[in-house]
Design a protein around this ligand. Structure first.
Ligand code: MLT
Length: 262
């Protein structure tokens, strides 16, 4: 199994052109899109439909009035000035996705980076939405399926790499590597027919190993975390999204572009 990490959003256009038929893409947007999607599915949402543009979301709502509209621009809920009609029903804070609001619902979501990254993987054999909230479940699923190639896709923040996504990708590498203590003690199997880590995967894994003793501190230094921490009603999203393995579910995107529990 070859592991590679897409570290920046700048690589997404090239990814969309690659032959991904043998690949499993694992998309990370820890703050906050994939964390929100996994939370919504755990709390009973039927499906998430990630779209890139606000107009796409409004067009789906036109045809399917029952869907909920969610997402963000500049971290906050999309409202009248951006829609030319009503406010979206939800922002992108996973804490907003309560069972009362989302149970049995389909949520059409557009965000700055997360939904774009999911869309860029549309041609892959398998597309998973992952976060710290469901990391172990996602890793077990990959170990069971054993795809030839695993692409860890870090959604990023605007056009830049997001530290929190790279750390989550590195944490997933650690589980797939069966928990080596330090790089030097990594099992011999690595790179020899079992798990072939590309340099981009090594970068994610070693960055995670460095940050692991104080993961919260590391994530709080990231651009998007600092933005969220500066907004009183959104600051608790950072600690929420850093919880590990509280939702034992696998979120997969099907060929129609709908994300559901696997
Ligand atoms: C994104 O997709 O760009 C992020 O999830 C944005 C956010 O929620 O702050």
């Amino acid at each position: 199994m070859k592991i590679e990490t897409i570290l920046t959003p700048a690589e997404l256009p090239a990814l969309a052109k690659r032959d991904l038929r043998g690949a499993a893409c694992v998309v990370f947007d820890v703050l906050r899109a994939t964390s929100a999607f996994v939370t919504a599915l755990h709390r009973g949402a039927k499906a998430i439909v990630p779209v890139s543009e606000i107009a796409e979301a409004l067009a789906i709502r036109q045809k399917q009035p029952d869907v909920l509209l969610g997402g963000e621009r500049d971290g906050v809920r999309i409202r009248v000035p951006q829609t030319g009609g009503g406010d979206f029903d939800l922002g992108n804070s996973p804490r907003e996705y309560t069972p009362e609001k989302v149970r049995g619902k389909t949520i059409v979501s557009t965000t700055t980076n997360g939904t774009r990254a999911l869309r860029a993987c549309a041609g892959a054999k398998m597309v998973l939405a992952a976060s710290f909230l469901n990391l172990a479940a996602t890793a077990e699923f990959i170990k069971k399926i054993r795809p030839e190639q695993v692409l860890l896709v870090c959604a990023g923040t605007y056009e830049n790499t997001a530290l929190e996504d790279v750390l989550a990708a590195g944490a997933l590498c650690e589980i797939l590597l069966d928990k080596p203590l330090t790089p030097a003690l990594a099992p011999l199997g690595r790179g020899e027919g079992v798990l072939q880590m590309s340099d981009s995967a090594e970068i994610a894994w070693r960055t995670y190993l460095q940050a692991k003793p104080d993961l919260t501190g590391a994530v709080q230094s990231s651009k998007n975390a600092r933005r969220l921490l500066s907004i009183p009603e959104l600051r608790d999203d950072v600690s929420f999204c850093l919880q590990q393995n509280i939702f034992p579910l696998v979120a997969g995107m099907d060929a129609e572009g709908t994300v559901c529990r696997q």
